[in-house]
Ligand binder design. Structure first.
Ligand code: ZN
Length: 640
């Protein structure tokens, strides 16, 4: 961190002077920062730590440890350095080679069998950035009225402010972090991840000098223990909309979001109000007014209700503290995000005929009666949208292609929920990622089943599936969310995935999906798991994917062909596995069985070596892992 502070206060003349001085003292070719991965640790499934080495004219630094080094030998190919570590009072010498042509460092092992290669950190960053394929968020704005077009700039501004708030929640000081970026690629990667931790790599730091990401992000003091949280007597401590901080005496206090982020919240609210003034559709106008108010009070219920009532709008602006995934400590705190969306009315109407079928599907769930007593709101709706801006939580790391909102159970009970399918993002993911993955990992004769319609349905019914099942435990343990604590998200995502496929199957059997081959959905679902597990298991979705992957593998819903390294779906067994996994999850949720949830996640929620090797093949082929949005008023097609 020191480095960053120094950089910030250096003035231009001093900077120039120091540049001249640097160019006078000769920079050796090998100076710089290097990155590598510790080889897999035998007999554990833990992901091995990343290694950062910085080398300058006097020192070799490994993390916080710094050693003076000596140059031992140099020939045409390499230079060997030596330093001495202290292992519990015992001096241990370590050799490091710099390989000139490869421009790489190698931690040399004694027997030469376990050398660790480190590449230049800037090259690592360039590689990581390339894992995200850039796509433009745009839409045909000519279908909007003049007033709707005038609203957009205000909403873009509000969205950008929401992004600033999310930075504070996920990390802290954005500007300070970016100022420390050595290269453009590093800065880009910081922006993609909203911090120095890699969201697609188990939240490990991708920069030297940072420890692991605090589980509770910036929502709690980083030194707070669970014990301390338990003993802290404050009603608002588990609220979605408060931060926990320490007062001057070091005691925990809760502070509501609208106070912590007062300035930002007020600015965002005023932009949303300006947009509301321009709104012609009464439902949208009312929603935007109430939402602006909600940001200022942290009372979201009324605006959530208004959002559900709004039916005829073309522009939609989903905004506020919404999902709780960023709080990996307790899963209580909601992170800010916004989606600026344009509704595709034709497609939305087509999908809406499924909403009234929800109670029928709830009835068909593969569990005992007592687990399916709740009545899903039958007036919840499905909408298809094109996204023109995503900020905050939904723009961090892997990108959301469908959402199910609001999260408030009270709204669900009264009005159901809305499932938003983000069609332009879905198509990008299908074309740029899923199709290339299938060509590598799906059995050749099953590849014909990889179809966008199936991908669209699977994703859509994942969201629909969040709306059925069980929200309140059947044994007085309160809501499932509260009972399962930090395991809730992984279980709920797992439920939605498997019940999504269950619903497609049921609807097809009921003849609701027309002439369809369910095999398209099953094979595309399988390929979808590969696409998702590449995100790693840091997220709830990642853990849910791994649970399903191993469950399906153990039940032979799919098999792996050793000779081709491809996977094949068994239709009947997949159907069975889908039903039994759905049952397992619904029972854990209904019982509010925290221990069972935790056991399931711990047993299956990680990537094993065989699968990792298959995923590595995708990496070698440079198949992007996710999307990064090129977005803003001009990209969207808005002209002054
Ligand atoms: Zn979900």
């Amino acid at each position: 961190m020191n480095k960053i502070h120094i950089k910030m206060i250096i003035s231009l003349p001093i900077l120039l002077l120091s540049l001249i001085m640097v160019s006078c003292t000769k920079q050796a070719d090998y100076f710089g920062t290097y990155w590598g991965v510790h080889p897999p640790i035998q007999d554990t499934e833990c992901s091995p730590p990343d290694i950062f080495i910085e080398i300058d004219k006097d020192h070799i630094s490994l993390g916080l440890r710094q050693y003076a080094y000596k140059k031992m030998e140099e020939d045409a190919d390499r230079i060997v350095f030596q330093y001495t570590e202290d292992h519990n009072g015992e001096p241990v010498t370590q050799n490091i080679g710099y390989y000139k042509e490869k421009d790489a460092l190698v931690i040399l092992s004694e027997d030469g069998n376990s050398d660790i290669v480190l590449i230049r950190h800037e090259r690592y960053m360039e590689k990581k950035v390339k894992e995200y394929v850039p796509v433009e968020l745009k839409a045909d704005l000519s279908t909007l009225t003049e007033k709707e077009q005038e609203m957009l700039p205000h909403l873009f501004k509000a969205a950008q402010i929401i992004d600033d708030i999310y930075w504070m929640q996920a990390f802290g000081n954005k500007e300070e972090l970016l100022a420390g970026a050595e290269t453009d690629a590093t800065a880009k990667y910081m922006l993609i991840n909203y911090g120095p931790w890699d969201r697609l790599n188990a939240n490990k730091p991708f920069l030297p000098g940072y420890g692991p990401k605090p589980k509770g992000a910036n929502f709690y003091p980083s030194d707070m223990t669970m014990e301390e949280f338990k003993n802290f007597e404050a009603e608002e401590k588990s609220s979605l909309y408060t931060l926990l901080q320490r007062d001057e005496t070091g005691n925990l206090v809760t502070i509501p979001y609208h106070q912590v982020y007062k300035e930002e919240t007020e600015a965002a609210a005023s932009h949303i109000r300006l947009a509301a003034e321009l709104a012609e559709e009464p439902g949208l106008k009312k929603y935007l007014e109430l939402r602006a108010e909600a940001l200022l009070t942290d009372e979201y219920l009324e605006s959530d209700m208004a959002w559900m009532d709004m039916k005829d709008n073309t522009v939609d602006f989903v905004v506020g503290p919404i999902e709780t995934y960023e709080d990996g400590l307790l899963g209580y705190k909601a992170a800010h995000e916004s989606f600026l969306l344009l509704k595709d009315k034709e497609w939305s109407n087509k999908l809406n005929r499924f909403a009234p079928l929800l109670p029928v599907l709830q009835n068909k769930l593969p569990v005992e009666e007592k687990y399916k007593q709740e009545v899903p709101g039958s007036d919840s709706d499905l909408g298809v949208y094109n996204a023109i801006y995503c900020s905050g939580d939904c723009n961090a790391g892997s990108k959301t292609i469908a959402i199910n909102l609001p999260n408030d159970e009270r709204v669900h009970a009264e009005k159901g929920s809305r499932k938003l399918q983000l069609k332009n993002l879905m198509r990008y993911k299908f074309e740029k990622i899923l199709v290339p993955i299938s060509k590598e990992l799906i059995a050749e004769d099953q590849r014909q089943h990889i179809k966008f319609e199936a991908f669209f349905e699977n994703t859509m019914f994942h969201e629909v599936a969040h709306g059925i099942g069980i929200r309140h435990t059947i044994n007085d343990r309160g809501t499932v969310r509260k009972a399962l604590k930090e395991q809730y998200s992984a279980l709920e995502e797992g439920k939605a995935d498997v019940l999504g496929l269950f619903m497609v199957t049921q609807l097809a059997d009921m003849g609701e999906l027309g002439d369809k081959d369910l095999m398209d959905n099953y094979v595309t679902f399988m390929a979808g798991i590969f696409r998702s597990v590449r995100f790693g298991v840091a997220s709830s979705h990642g853990k849910a994917n791994m649970i399903r992957f191993y469950y399906f593998q153990e039940t032979e819903a799919f098999t792996r062909d050793e000779s081709t390294g491809t996977y094949r779906v068994d239709f009947e067994k997949m159907k069975e596995a889908m039903n039994s996994l759905a049952q397992k999850i619904l029972i854990i949720q209904g019982n509010g069985d925290y221990d069972a949830a935790k056991a399931l996640v711990e047993e299956k929620g990680f990537i094993r070596n065989e699968l990792q090797a298959d995923l590595d093949r995708l990496k070698e082929l440079n198949i992007p892992v996710d999307l990064v949005f090129e977005q803003g008023p001009d990209v969207a097609g808005l002209t002054e």
